[in-house]
Design a protein around this ligand. Structure first.
Ligand code: SF4
Ligand code: FES
Length: 364
């Protein structure tokens, strides 16, 4: 098959973060600061990515503002003419810092519609920082996306979350159901919404999208566990996106380290084009030849690419299996069993629900 050039690079500059969100999809084993790529390493990665054809770089983490050299890295993106998106918690984003960052867009995370709920899920009192960060982004004239990860403890407040995004002046609101990887997978039984909660949220989001059409884009990432429709994860393995982890590991998706047999190359050892085009890791699930039934022969195989490899591995132990969220997968009962636990868990009144135990929060 002809391998297309990548479109987007997720640059995970650091795993360090002032927030400790229970839904974080960063790996349980976070990269130590002493193992992070240097400034010159990152500038070389960005130059190589742009030469490969990457048009968008997402400066992410952790919290990218934790890197003192963020202005130089962002300038490296601007020099190469790539569209640069700053993905931030907002903590530490002052007008002065933003003025030194030649980025094209900012994506700000919001954890809940009120300070107490946000502090509960993130383990940090960051509410005022977020409101201030939104003002700073808008004052700088940058487009602002507000991103909210939905889970059992905030999903009933979609309307208030939408109102908050409007007050913040968001150009775009992403309401994305939790992806159960890393810390989120560990906390899955605490985070999973019930089917009734999801139905109510679906309706609330659809209503908001209609009301705000032409003023604020409302993007909804459906819960694939509930819908039974696999997501085209990363737009297809090794098809559009690559991730460079803080230590220079190059991954087809941010979570791919969970796959035990996947060879992972590092930018310190191998040029980025060779990793993208020729590495075993990127070629492992490219295209459709690797698929087994029911994906093989399914009319949706070039729509969802068999779903998510990491989710398939987490549920079945086989990264080459059909994503078990799919209604056609023989492993679908494993997903239904997990969803049944959400119903049981919400039998506990929310006010008495145990908070996330400290060992279940990322701290870094
Ligand atoms: Fe997608 Fe495979 Fe399910 Fe078909 S069988 S819908 S290709 S995951
Ligand atoms: Fe790794 Fe979906 S998260 S392929």
């Amino acid at each position: 098959m002809t391998v297309p050039a990548p479109l987007g690079l997720l640059a995970e500059l650091t795993h360090a973060c002032p927030l400790h969100c229970a839904y974080c999809s960063n790996p349980l084993e976070l990269v130590a600061r002493t193992d992070e790529l240097s400034t010159s390493d990152w500038l070389a990665v960005i130059a190589a990515a742009a030469a490969l054809g990457v048009a968008q770089v997402h400066l992410s983490g952790g919290e990218p503002l934790r890197r003192a050299d963020l202005p130089e890295i962002a300038a490296g993106c601007a020099d190469r003419g790539v569209y640069t998106n700053l993905i931030t918690s907002g903590v530490g984003l002052s007008a002065e810092r933003l003025a030194a960052l030649p980025v094209d867009h900012a994506q700000l995370s919001v954890q809940d519609a009120d300070p107490a709920g946000a502090a509960r899920i993130s383990g940090t009192r960051a509410w005022d920082h977020k409101l201030a960060a939104a003002r700073v982004v808008k004052a700088a004239g940058l487009p602002l996306t507000v991103n909210v990860v939905l889970h059992r403890h905030n999903i009933d407040r979609v309307d208030t979350l939408v109102a908050l995004a409007e007050r913040m002046g968001a150009d775009r609101l992403e309401l994305a159901h939790t992806q159960y990887y890393g810390w989120a997978q560990r906390n899955r039984s605490w985070l999973l919404p019930t089917a009734a909660q999801v139905r109510a949220a679906d309706a609330a989001v659809a209503g908001a999208a209609r009301r705000l059409a032409g003023r604020m884009e409302v993007l909804y990432v459906s819960p694939d566990l509930h819908t039974g429709t696999p997501k085209p994860c990363m737009g297809g393995w090794g098809r559009q996106q690559l991730t460079v982890a803080p230590n220079g590991d190059v991954l087809p998706c941010p979570v791919a380290r969970v796959l035990p047999d996947l060879p992972v190359d590092n930018v310190r050892d191998r040029p980025l084009p060779a990793i993208w085009y020729d590495s075993q890791g990127f070629n492992r699930f490219r295209g459709t030849d690797w698929m087994a039934p029911p994906c093989r022969g399914c009319p949706r195989r070039e729509v969802d690419f068999g779903g998510c490899r990491c989710q398939a591995y987490q549920f079945t132990g086989d990264a080459g299996a059909t994503d078990p969220v799919c209604r056609l997968s023989p492993h679908r009962p494993l997903v239904d069993a997990v969803l049944a636990t959400a119903v049981l868990a919400t039998a506990v009144p929310a006010v008495d629900a145990p908070d996330v135990a400290p060992e279940y929060r990322r701290r870094f």
